[in-house]
Design a protein around this ligand. Sequence first.
Ligand SMILES: [Mn+2]
Length: 311
Amino acid sequence: MYDLIGDIHGHASELEALLSKMDYVDKGGVWQHPDRKVIFLGDFVDRGPEQVETVNIARSMVEKGKALAVMGNHEFNAVAWATEDPQNPGNYLRPHIEKNLKQHRAFLEQVGEGSELHQSMIKWFKTLPVYLDLPEFRVVHACWHGEHVSAMAKYTDSSNRLLQESWADASRKGSEAYEAIETLLKGLEIPLPGDHYFFDKDKNKRTNIRAEWWRQGEFTYRDLAMVPGDAIDQIPHLPVASHILPGYDGEKPVFVGHYWMSGEPAPLTDQVACLDFSIAGGSNGKLCAYRWRGEPELEQENFCYVERLAR
Ligand SMILES: [Mn+2]
């Protein structure tokens, strides 16, 4: 049986507290449980104060067979930041521009950019699968989208890990691999109709919305939009064409992270749960897990979390 853990973002102390709360113990530097395994949903790094420790805890568990893990968008970005673009020598797959540096600076400072430790972490990030499709349930960082999952087959090995030669492809805007990785790791975005737009919390003009991809039925753009605060008033109540939402086939549960949820953790639907409760997002953040016990329909009582520590 599995305990699934959402986005950690460098909060290793809370990770240890959560593991302890679920009766895992640290034996010789490897956290473990006699009959359960962890599945990490990705986003180990960026933002928080103990990113090296976080990766060390997760990596040792995965390497000793005590955990599985998938890649988050922050691990994807970390690899792309550190990988030279084979078609543009001297440039990187993720451009070293101010906006990207700002998002990654805490990691680079904590790990030491270019250090042996940095290189070793990048090597490990590259081994993380893009998704897991287990007999019992599915795991992906942001969005389970059948067509994009199928498309990934060309770019991944038999363990769903990006092929060495696919990293450049997956970093190239507009390519099939890029679109698939964007959706699976960063979520479903849909363009607003006509000339509608809104301003995000950094006052950037946006013409796409992040959409609640797991919903099924007839909705308007405003129904589905995940936008900050009162930006919702700028999203039109026009119908979204039915083919835009991937739908979820409901064959088995799916677990995601990524979405900066708040409030009391609960499943999004009977079969979809998001375990990111914004541990890096401020004093109300939680590090959240789901203790799966074999149930085909997810239950609120199986969520388990710790509050963010005061530092
Ligand atoms: Mn994420």
